[in-house]
Design a protein around this ligand. Structure first.
Ligand SMILES: [Zn+2]
Ligand SMILES: [Zn+2]
Length: 757
């Protein structure tokens, strides 16, 4: 039977070749009607036999163009009118209330790559080749609707040939907004000693300089990279000194999987993520005896590696280099640099040369980082390639701007049943990051066409984001909703898993301001989207020196030991005591006794720090989480032993007491047991007490859904063990795959709590 349907498709459907795709698809059927772009997305009216229509709609879902992404298809049957043919109608977009999703930046596609290296092609070796299916998007967009005038491509006027491709429905560059060629588009140039190098082929010269061991600042898609040959230890070490980055790993880029395979182990999932067209950095286990310099990631058995994603990367890497170091062009804790002039000024002391181009980066965006845990991805950093994809919920929210936490900050906007979480913005501790935070609020507010009257922020009174919220309240009368850090973590996990009933939330991280003014971080919460209560936590210990104890884990070790044993702790014949300055231990005792700058903490991150230092892995860190990460990397999976622990009730809350853990570790240390075994036993114990307490909570609440969140769940050994033990005990376990479990996910949780109320 013949029918007519009106189909509305929402999602990323404009500027991605969707209408030509529909037009071509219709030719496989005997259908008639039209398609157009509207404020809602793409609208189709179509007539034909019911069966044909059904399989047409199924095809639309399955055979999507590469950059398109469907969030919703609405199909309604309407009376027949008798269309004779199928056509593309003119867009019906009213600019003022237009809101459509835009695509993230996508790596160069196969077709363009083939043209890039084809001497017969007009774009042979052109570093900015792109098409409807690939290239820059989010990083060049200033406003929507997404067309060239509202991107940083607007200053380049298309030549007649590019324009004819752009206008031709049959062309694979139809409506490709960044379309360009060497005659009309952006170009690269080389700067050395503050001067533009003329009469050289910039790309060939850069390859020569890198091979020569020099360090370059290379403009990428979302910002600058600092690059050098990853097999050249002298160059890598020099980069470390100049960047003032002692041990934090550098990311690498290699031309293909075969090359990466020479120095890293690549599992099935890792390969899929490396090849994902978003091209994240994937954390891979190092192979022994690889040729990569050991200074790339000292004391770490993982390397962060990515495949090239821009044509320029391919030009640099093809037939050259096993791998290049490609680390963000910034100073520690500051945002990635995206502007040519700023790069020339700020990176001058680090870079021997600059490979620049004259297209502006509007939205700065770092590389994303993922690690495979439990056979699936976990984001360590979510940025380029994924932003601005929304998190889609089953329910609608009020419009909210959520400001996130302090470290690894992101912001989120809620709109309808979407939450847009920004790219990783960095640690909100300095003026540069604060400026980029404010800039992102403006830019993203524009792109998402939203101007919320509610701001969600953390409970912490001193966070710069909290202060910003208060400014906004004073200036614009905006309402503030303050949300506890670990509750936001758990809701973030609930939101991406579309849970809106009650869960047991386990939030393990470094630092978060608690309702009682203490520093939380080892929390068992009973949560729904409206409220939470604290059911249990790790026992409180003093954090001697506050933030100082975060960079000096030995302080935390001694806090535990002193609290458990008193002053005889400093007389133990263990390596830990030998390494410490005796007088400093006395000072720590004083600080704890007199409560001088020694807030109480239930942080799980600090427990890991303390054990890491106690067993001689790391006493001081140069980046957050380092002590725990290095301890994780020495764990041996064949160890099944564990330590004792206590769980007891105090004031109606469960307390996990780790005294036995420390006592048994000290006894193992005295026996001379090696730290690999102790580290494994410790991890096993944390998994045990976590599952044990979930069990007790289930007895009281009858809940068997457990949501895990917090930076500690980036620990693969621990997370896989907890998941498998919880599942064995019949729990349903939820973890985070869409936003990071670390503080990068906080703003999503905040937006959902504030928007749901
Ligand atoms: Zn392409
Ligand atoms: Zn052109």
């Amino acid at each position: 039977m013949k029918i007519r349907e009106r189909i509305i498709i929402k999602g990323i459907v404009q500027g991605v070749g969707f209408r030509p795709f529909i037009h071509k698809l219709v030719k496989n059927y005997n259908l008639s009607g039209w398609v157009l772009n509207s404020n809602q997305g793409v609208e189709i009216e179509i007539e034909g036999e019911e069966e044909e229509l059904n399989s047409f709609v199924a095809d639309v879902r399955e055979k999507l163009p590469p950059l398109a992404r469907i969030e919703e298809i609405e199909v309604n049957q309407i009376p027949l009118v008798g269309y004779k043919e199928f056509s593309i109608k003119k867009s019906e977009i009213k600019e003022e209330d237009s809101f459509v999703l835009v695509s993230p930046d996508i790596s160069i596609c196969k077709d363009c790559l083939q043209e890039l290296f084809n001497p017969q092609n007009k774009r042979f070796r052109y570093p900015f080749i792109n098409c409807t299916n690939c290239g820059p998007r989010f990083t060049i967009i200033k406003d929507i609707p997404y067309d060239r005038e509202k991107t940083t491509m607007s200053v380049f006027k298309m030549c007649p040939q590019c324009l004819s491709e752009y206008d031709n429905l049959e062309d694979r560059r139809y409506h490709a907004q960044p379309n360009a060629c060497a005659d009309c588009g952006p170009e690269v140039f080389l700067y050395q000693q503050k001067r533009k190098s003329v009469n050289v082929d910039p790309v060939a010269e850069v390859i020569r300089l890198l091979k020569d061991g020099q360090i370059g600042a290379i403009k990428g898609l979302g910002g600058f990279h600092l690059a050098c040959d990853a097999t050249n230890s002298k160059a890598v070490l020099r980069l470390r000194h100049l960047k003032n980055r002692e041990t934090k790993p550098f990311a690498l880029m290699s031309i293909n999987i075969e090359k990466i395979n020479q120095y890293c182990e690549i599992g099935k999932e890792e390969k899929e993520w490396l090849e994902d067209r978003a091209r994240p950095i994937v954390l891979l286990k190092k192979k022994k005896d690889g040729l990569i310099s050991s200074f790339v990631a000292p004391n770490n058995d993982y390397l962060g590696v990515m495949l090239p994603y821009t044509p320029l990367h391919y030009l640099l890497l093809k037939d050259n280099f096993l791998a290049l170091v490609m680390t963000s062009g910034n100073f520690s804790d500051e945002p990635i640099i995206g502007d040519n002039q700023e790069a020339l000024e700020k990176l001058d002391k680090i870079a021997d040369f600059f490979l620049l181009y004259n297209r502006e980066i509007f939205n700065r965006c770092d590389d994303s980082i993922v690690k495979i845990i439990n056979n699936d991805n976990v984001f360590f950093r979510r940025a380029r390639g994924y932003v601005p994809y929304p998190i889609t919920l089953d329910f609608k929210l009020k419009e909210v701007l959520a400001l996130g936490g302090e470290l690894k900050n992101t912001i989120s906007f809620s709109k309808g049943n979407y939450v847009f979480t920004s790219q990783y913005l960095g640690d909100l501790k300095n003026i540069e990051t604060l400026n980029s935070f404010k800039e992102s609020i403006d830019n993203l507010g524009k792109i998402f066409k939203t101007n919320p009257q509610i701001i969600a922020c953390d409970l912490h009174p001193d966070y710069l984001s909290t202060k910003y919220a208060e400014e906004m309240r004073a200036k614009k009368g905006i309402k503030i909703v303050r949300i506890q850090h670990h509750y936001a973590h758990i809701v973030s996990c609930m939101a991406e898993n579309n849970i809106n009933d009650k869960v047991i939330g386990v939030a393990y991280d470094g630092t978060g301001y608690g309702d009682d003014g203490n520093i939380w971080g080892g929390e068992f919460l009973l949560c729904d989207l409206k409220k939470y209560s604290r059911l249990g936590h790790l026992k409180y210990y003093a954090l001697p020196g506050g933030d100082k104890a975060v960079v000096q884990p030995w302080r935390m070790t001694y806090s535990y030991l002193y609290s458990i044993y008193g002053k005889r702790a400093r007389e133990f014949k263990i390596d830990f005591n030998q390494r410490q300055d005796y007088n400093k231990l006395l000072i720590i005792e004083k600080m704890i006794n007199r409560r001088i700058n020694s807030p109480l903490t239930s942080s799980c991150g600090r427990l890991f720090d303390a054990v890491s230092s106690l067993i001689g892995v790391r006493d001081e860190v140069s980046y957050e989480g380092q002590a725990a990460m290095e301890m994780e990397s020495i764990c041996a999976s064949e160890i099944e032993e564990r330590y004792g622990f206590d769980i007891y009730k105090k004031n109606g809350e469960f307390i996990i007491g780790p005294d036995k853990i420390f006592k048994e570790i000290i006894s193992d240390l005295k026996k001379g047991m090696n730290k690999e075994i102790i580290a494994s036993k410790f991890h096993n114990t944390v998994a045990d007490f976590t599952v044990n307490l979930c069990g007790k909570i289930r007895e009281n609440t009858n809940l068997s859904k457990v949501a895990l969140s917090g930076g500690v769940f980036q620990n693969r050994y621990l997370t896989e063990r907890i998941i498998s033990l919880l599942k064995r005990d019949g729990f349903q376990v939820y973890i985070q795959r869409k936003v990071p479990p670390n503080d990068g996910g906080i703003s999503l949780g905040q937006a959902v709590v504030a928007g749901y109320r």
